[in-house]
Ligand binder design. Sequence first.
Ligand SMILES: [Cu+2]
Length: 155
Amino acid sequence: MEHDPQSHPQNVDPARVGRSPRRRLLLVAAAISGATVLLVLAIVGIGYALYGSDTNVSQRAAGGGTKVIAVELTDFDVRPGTLVVDRGTHVVLEVTNSGDEDHDLAFEGGRLHTSTLGHGQSEKLDLGTVTRHLESWCTLPFHKTLGMKLHIEVV
Ligand SMILES: [Cu+2]
């Protein structure tokens, strides 16, 4: 009696299954997608190892009057990450790029925005009298996601 492998799959020799070209193709595809996932995880891991996670150093601008605050842009962080300001203090940010990549600092609303700063360049941003919380970040692609954010808090 002839066995039709379609109607009797239990008769298929398991050793032959792996040699089927279609199965092999699927295995190769699975191996490639697995390797891709590992590669992406490795790149993210290396990114964290090289650049660290967002440190979010906090600084205080207290006492009113005018305060010039040094803000450092690095690859890829903003220091301080949080600036706590006494309500009514006039704040001027002295923004310096100490990273190797280009960076900038832009505030919500787009009114306050440094130029794109190369390594070692700096620019002042006059925030005026600070009366409310403000968010700012680097607008270069993915830099905000990597932690380049400065949050201004009013107390
Ligand atoms: Cu940046």
